[in-house]
Write a protein that binds this ligand. Structure first.
Ligand code: FE
Ligand code: CA
Length: 532
């Protein structure tokens, strides 16, 4: 037996299911040749493929072998498996320009991350994984122009917040059909960690509603829990097709780990040294399922999420992590009237080191546009929906709970006279378009913010939630709010940034139709947001 296992990693060791494994063991541990001949009984690429973090010379390609996605270990026998990959210049891989081998290891749930390099800038590529006779679907990736090279146009999408329970991923199906996306920025809530429940709270109707689809299992705590949750989500064909259509720039928000977590703290009073174990499990599962580079591999219960990507001289994207280094939410968290803790000068949403990194990156950026690809709303939105409510209502988990942190960011942008900052945000489960200024709706413009609505979280939604016409009227820096599901598409040229706020008419049943709810434009001139 020793020699058999010491041969690992072996090519094409494809014990398919526990049943087959038991049969093999029952036969007195069959010879490897016989094992190979068996192959997988079900598609080992059930979780699809993905590419991510594009650079001028390459990108990450990802897959995870899981012939039985919801079974322990995805139905894999716990041994390393050597697989092959190929990169081509056409969508059928007739012309292969690179190929290689990668080992899917049980330590990482049989996920593989290949950092492909040596490719040409500014062109699409296609890729595929193979294991034995099994072939994955073919995915499309795209390299950006060379660093600093003139770039005339860029088209990308922003999406996230995909509660499997709340609705179908129809919006991802439409996103997969978008023409020539350079990348998809994912702002997080890729999974929701909660337990299976037949019902959910619905904000649009303010009622308990039945869920559209059921979670499997209890709330996620262990690595196997989170792995199974990612696998459940990736069984959705619309999500797989979105990954296959364009590289993702993955980040996270709270639900990859626990609702509204803040650095070492969850919201349940768990001792930090205990929460650290859950954080480590969740971070490993995130890494295993995202097409990210080795720089984003977790070290225990920490992981460097913030990083910069560029599109020639046109765009510098600063991907932020607004969870891992933040101070605790003030005033006991929530959406409610404020408290002095909102103005705590020591409060930070980014941590000091990431803040320095961001400010240095903004100051030294020579890109025509700077994108803050982050998670929670920057705009100082007063959310009073009741007539005559005397006090402003804040989302204390957003930048409005960390006003000193926001002021430092806004001041840095305005002091350096940057007129090219756009913020991409998620978390809110509504579309918002508006401006970030030094004093509410007054003062100098620091940035334009597009909050992308959810893929499915919140269910079908309504055009505007009850009372939100009052929110629009009370916050003149806000130009639009919309409570349907969807995503945004951004078209960037040296002289104009155009954002399409896309919505689907329903996610509770298949076939939801896509439309563009609004289009906004801005120029890099500090004049702010225009309807287009
Ligand atoms: Fe969410
Ligand atoms: Ca969130």
């Amino acid at each position: 037996m020793g020699a058999f296992w010491q041969n690992a990693p072996m090519s094409l060791v494809t014990l398919p299911t526990r049943r087959a494994a038991l049969l093999t063991l029952g036969a007195g541990l069959a010879a490897p040749a016989l094992v190979r001949a068996q192959g997988f009984r079900t598609d080992p690429f059930s979780l699809g493929v993905a590419s991510g973090d594009p650079a001028p010379d390459g990108f990450v390609i990802w897959t995870r072998l899981a012939p039985e996605p919801l079974e322990p270990h995805g139905g894999m026998t716990l041994r390393p498996v050597t697989m092959s990959w190929e990169i081509g210049t056409d969508d059928t891989l007739r012309t292969v320009v690179q190929k290689g081998e990668a080992v899917a290891r049980p330590e990482l749930g049989h996920a593989v991350h290949v950092e492909v390099a040596g490719l040409q800038p500014d062109r699409p590529y296609w890729y595929r994984f193979n294991v034995g006779p099994e072939r994955s679907q073919i995915g499309r990736a795209r390299t950006p122009p060379a660093a600093g090279a003139p770039a005339r146009a860029l088209r990308f999408a922003v999406a996230g917040c995909q509660a499997y329970t709340d609705g179908l991923f129809t919006a991802f199906g439409h996103l997969a059909q978008e023409a020539d996306l350079a990348f998809v920025y994912h702002y997080g809530d890729y999974i929701y960690e909660g337990r299976d429940s037949p019902t959910r709270w619905d904000w649009s109707t303010r009622r308990v509603q039945p869920v559209a689809r059921r979670h499997v299992g209890q709330e996620c705590y262990t690595l196997e829990d989170y792995r199974r949750r990612y696998a459940l989500y990736k069984t959705d064909v619309d999500l797989r097709n979105a990954h296959a259509a364009a590289p993702f720039i993955a980040s996270w928000d709270d639900h990859e780990i626990d609702n509204n977590w803040a650095a070492a703290l969850d919201q349940d009073g768990t001792p930090p040294e205990v929460f650290a174990f859950r954080r480590a499990a969740a971070m490993q599962a995130w890494y295993e399922h995202m097409p990210v580079r080795a720089a984003q591999r977790p070290r225990g219960d920490s992981l460097q999420l913030h990083r910069r990507l560029a599109w020639g001289d046109l765009l510098s994207a600063h991907v932020l992590d607004t969870r891992q280094y933040r101070t605790n939410q003030p005033c006991g968290d929530g959406v409610k009237t404020g408290c002095p803790g909102q103005d705590d000068p020591a409060a930070t949403l980014t941590g000091a080191a990431q803040e320095r990194w961001l400010f240095d990156g903004l100051s030294s950026s020579r890109a025509r546009w700077n994108l803050l690809a982050q998670q929670v709303m920057v705009m100082p939105l007063d959310r009073r929906t009741e007539p005559g409510a005397p006090e402003p209502v804040w989302n204390l988990d957003s930048w409005s709970g960390y006003r000193a942190s926001r002021k430092r960011l806004v001041d840095h942008i305005v002091d350096r006279k940057l007129r090219n900052v756009v913020v991409a945000t998620g978390d809110e489960h509504q579309h918002y378009a508006g401006e970030v200024r030094t004093r509410g709706a007054e003062g100098d413009l620091a940035a334009v913010e597009f909050v992308s609505t959810s893929i499915s979280s919140g269910g079908d939604g309504v055009d505007i939630r009850p009372g939100w016409d009052r929110v629009l009227a009370a916050n003149p820096f806000l130009k639009l709010v919309n409570d349907k599901r969807g995503y945004t598409v951004h078209e960037v040229t040296p002289d104009a940034w155009t954002a399409d706020l896309k919505v689907v008419d329903r996610v509770s049943s298949p076939g939801g139709a896509l439309s563009t709810r609004a289009r906004f434009a801005l120029a890099p001139n500090g004049r702010g947001l225009q309807s287009a």
